[in-house]
Ligand binder design. Structure first.
Ligand code: GLN
Length: 203
């Protein structure tokens, strides 16, 4: 019998956004959560979450806290990472509707459109297709982006059929990005997929 694996340590970027909700889901799945506000805190984590919030603000804070380069390098080096909503925008190679000077971590070769569902639509509940097994997933979108285009290597994880089948969750290498907020829907499949990426890295 093999020894029990130690609990995975997941960093949640805690500069702005819905940090607490991600923490609660991750802890409910048995992970130990570390809030990341400085580069040294990245060293101890097995995975990272970039929460939703406001991508332009998180971009500026990443740079103000000298975290932009370290986070970008950690993801490029294979750290399993989940970005939700603003986090998805940060992970994209290209943004449509960004503000002047807005930068991204360029982790996933995709183009996302900010506030794609319309600025008026503050928040909506949408039934998605979870592509890996064809099941449905109830998801909450808050001034969300969608994926406008992506390279062929990017795997589609979820589509919004009510919005013409728009791509709203993807996986690329060890990165997962969702346009919606899996931390508030009561469905932990996205966080489980992140923890599965850690297990894959250990094999
Ligand atoms: N519209 C926000 C942005 O551009 C994202 C909203 C969210 O994360 N809920 O960053």
């Amino acid at each position: 019998m093999s020894a029990a694996r130690p609990a995975p340590v997941v960093g949640v970027l805690a500069l702005q956004g819905d940090v607490r909700e991600h923490r609660a889901v991750l802890e409910s799945l048995g992970a130990t959560v570390v809030l990341v506000r400085r580069a040294s805190e990245l060293e101890s984590v097995d995975a990272l979450v970039l929460p939703g919030g406001e991508s332009t603000t998180i971009d500026k804070l990443l740079r103000a806290f000298d975290l932009f380069g370290p986070v970008k390098d950690a993801i490029a080096g294979g750290l399993p990472t989940l970005g939700s909503c603003a986090g998805m925008i940060l992970m994209a190679r290209d943004i449509l509707g960004g503000i002047e000077g807005q930068q991204t971590l360029d982790a996933i070769p995709m183009t996302v459109r900010r506030n794609a569902f319309g600025r008026q639509v503050d928040s909506s509940e949408v039934e998605l297709t979870w592509v890996p097994d064809g099941s449905s997933m109830h998801a909450t979108f808050i001034r969300a982006p969608w994926v406008e285009a992506h390279d062929p290597e990017v795997e589609v994880l979820a589509t919004a059929d009510a919005h013409g089948g728009k791509v709203v969750a993807v996986r690329y290498r060890r990165c997962i990005a969702t346009a919606f907020h899996p931390e508030i829907s009561g469905d932990s499949r996205v966080h489980e997929a992140l923890l599965a990426l850690i297990a894959e890295s250990d094999e």
